[in-house]
Design a protein around this ligand. Structure first.
Ligand SMILES: NC(=O)C1=CN([C@@H]2O[C@H](COP(=O)(O)OP(=O)(O)OC[C@H]3O[C@@H](n4cnc5c(N)ncnc54)[C@H](OP(=O)(O)O)[C@@H]3O)[C@@H](O)[C@H]2O)C=CC1
Ligand SMILES: O=C([O-])CC(=O)C(=O)O
Length: 446
């Protein structure tokens, strides 16, 4: 489905013609153009970009136009679109002159879950791509969640977002990921009592292996993938290994929530507002071995260690607060961070589509392939990155290390190498063998 929607514009209002703009599924175009041609003497003309089309109709001067009956046989039996998003609707006349950008297709898994319940509304409101960027949401659920997913789609309908042009729901990743330019992979089985980390790696690994294959088969060749479902670093590795036709560089494990948490705690300790904290790196795994880097972070442009003189607090309390923040929150809330995770996904996406402020950087879990820090290759490790705003990123080179930072990073690295051995069977590297010595936790498990 290269072009899943279209805008139809009918010629200007005048004594003999009138103007109307419609956005609709491409599958509706042929029905609508036939219909208009038969009944209203209309001409159909595609407009660049390809999903736009113009229809010009001649109408008698005093003829009143009835609404175009677009919800017709053409859309029934089309499970891919939901409710009002299967209909055409008029845009305001002045919008016709606006240069609308090409629709962006964003696929979201676990779309009926708690994080998505915040995220989808932020995406639809234009928080990532801006106020002139129409968006299509492709929501992946399962048999267990399909009713809930319909509920989500109903709430999206009722929100009347001007930028939200398509919503489709489905349970088959090969359909839902079709032409996806962004894939936000949130759905994963939560670790419950009695479930070993090795079992969790296997169960969720199966999900991400399948979704990697589906992305490889049907997504845009330049799709950007952000894996949120835990254990997110190793799930990302599994996903990218199962999608060999998509650049490994396009896959990210979400560690932005950890970065945001770290900035907040440093700001609190220093008594400044959190926008003063910059250059915050989270190294390693999104687990309790993660390393919030206070050596390279800055407060108001000054190294953190010069502002916060209590270095024991930085090494012990601060580090542990960030590593275990998710678990403390679960104890309070009775469920894991959902709203702040959604905010951090928006931040992570924005960091890739807007140029990184001069001198600053952001953290994201990326595939190690020629990194300048001496970290093991062929794992997914959170590191400091910069972007030109083109969806791509580069690693930051001017980073300092000391023994404390090196030792901590080595621990997280060892954990990820061990996790990789556990999932060897899911990444085409033989039989999985799990020898995780210390059963470390997800941040939310503490
Ligand atoms: N990286 C990060 O910073 C963070 C990551 N997370 C992780 O994000 C993920 C989603 O969190 P959240 O939205 O709060 O979780 P929810 O429990 O609300 O939703 C999770 C979704 O996962 C899907 N899922 C897939 N497989 C299973 C399964 N076997 N059993 C149950 N559900 C399954 C379900 O959707 P469906 O039935 O449609 O498949 C469900 O809706 C979790 O893995 C969580 O640990 C959370 C916070 C921060
Ligand atoms: O373990 C979880 O589900 C929650 C989590 O990742 C976090 O809060 O960072």
């Amino acid at each position: 489905m290269a072009a899943t929607s279209a805008t139809m514009a009918v010629a200007d209002v005048s004594s003999s013609s009138y103007s109307k703009t419609h956005l609709l599924k491409s599958s509706q175009i042929s029905f609508l153009s036939n219909h208009l041609h038969k009944h209203r003497r209309c001409a159909f003309r595609p407009l660049p970009p390809t999903q736009y089309a113009r229809i010009s109709c001649s109408v008698a001067p005093n003829q009143v136009e009835a609404p175009i009956p677009i919800q017709a046989e053409d859309t029934k039996n089309k499970p891919e679109c939901y409710g009002v998003f299967c209909l055409t609707y008029d845009l305001k006349a002045e919008e016709e002159t606006k240069s609308w950008k090409k629709l962006i297709n964003v696929a979201v898994s676990g779309a009926a879950g708690m994080i998505s319940n915040h995220l989808l509304f932020k995406l639809a409101a234009g928080e990532v791509f801006g106020p002139d960027q129409p968006i299509a949401l492709k929501l992946l659920g399962s048999e267990r969640s399909i009713q809930a997913l319909e509920g989500v789609a109903m709430e999206l309908e009722d929100s009347l977002f001007p930028l939200l042009r398509e919503v489709s729901i489905g349970i088959d990743p090969y359909e839902v990921f079709q032409d996806a330019e962004w894939a936000l992979l949130i759905g994963a089985k939560p670790r419950g009592p009695g479930l070993e980390r090795a079992d969790l790696l296997d169960i969720n690994g199966q999900i991400f292996a399948e979704q990697g294959k589906a992305l490889n088969a049907v997504a845009s060749r330049n799709v950007k993938v952000i894996v949120v479902g835990n254990p997110c670093n190793t799930n990302t590795l599994i996903c990218l290994k199962n999608a060999p036709d998509i650049p490994a560089k396009n896959f990210h494990a979400l560690t932005r929530l950890d970065e945001n948490r770290a900035k907040c705690q440093l700001a609190l300790k220093a008594g400044v507002f959190y926008d003063k904290v910059s250059n915050m790196t989270i190294w390693g795994n999104h687990s309790t071995t993660q390393v919030p880097d206070f050596l390279n972070a800055r407060i108001d442009g000054v190294p953190v260690k010069e502002v916060i003189k209590d270095h024991k607090w930085l090494e012990n309390e601060f580090t542990e607060i960030i590593q275990k923040r998710g678990g403390v929150l679960i104890k309070k809330w009775g469920r894991s961070s959902a709203a702040s995770t959604a905010v951090s996904i928006v931040d992570a996406m924005k960091s890739l589509v807007t140029p990184t402020p001069e001198g600053d950087w952001f953290s994201t879990g990326v595939y190690t392939n020629g990194n300048p820090y001496g970290i093991a290759e062929d794992i997914v490790f959170s590191m400091p990155c910069r972007s030109k705003g083109d969806g791509d990123y580069e690693l930051v080179k001017e980073i300092q290390f000391d023994d404390y930072l090196r030792n901590r990073i080595a621990k997280s690295e060892a954990e990820l190498v061990a996790e990789k051995r556990c999932v060897a069977h899911l990444i085409g590297e033989g039989i999985g063998y799990c020898d995780i010595q210390e059963d470390t936790m997800l941040p939310g498990e503490m």
